[in-house]
Design a protein around this ligand. Structure first.
Ligand code: FEO
Length: 131
């Protein structure tokens, strides 16, 4: 069983966004596999890839929200920034050995689950009415 199991409950109903969420789940699984196998931090390239992909994904969602004047845009955007900050911490903690990457990864997994189930789901319902 993967570290982060994709389930139907995570589907928000906007295909582009759902596909990107699946990709993010897969990336977190890859990070976990690497860390479990090596007992060490994932390679910086893997963390960078997650950082870049998450930024692209957030940009897509923010584009949708702005295009349809989503009323909770600012709060949603702040959540995205928080995720990016933790990915940055993961990379930094791996670089200087100052933190526990497994804990940060667990935080990212739990953050993404909660964010999709709550904040993205709400946005998805709004977009479905406007697309
Ligand atoms: Fe899918 Fe709001 O991040």
């Amino acid at each position: 069983m993967p570290y982060f199991q994709w389930t139907g409950s995570l589907v928000i109903g906007i295909k582009t966004i759902d596909d990107q969420h699946k990709q993010l789940v897969e990336m977190l699984n890859n990070l976990n596999d690497t860390m479990e196998q090596s007992g060490q931090c994932p390679a910086p390239e893997l963390v960078d890839r997650l950082k870049t992909y998450a930024a692209e994904h957030f940009h897509v969602e923010e584009g949708y929200m702005q295009a349809f004047a989503y009323p909770e845009f600012e709060a949603h955007k702040k959540e995205h920034e928080a995720f990016c900050d933790v990915v940055l911490s993961l990379g930094n903690s791996c670089a200087d050995g100052s933190a526990h990457p497994a804990e940060l990864l667990e935080f990212l997994k739990s953050w993404l689950t909660n964010h999709i189930l709550d904040v993205d789901m709400k946005m998805g319902r709004f977009l479905e009415d406007h697309l």
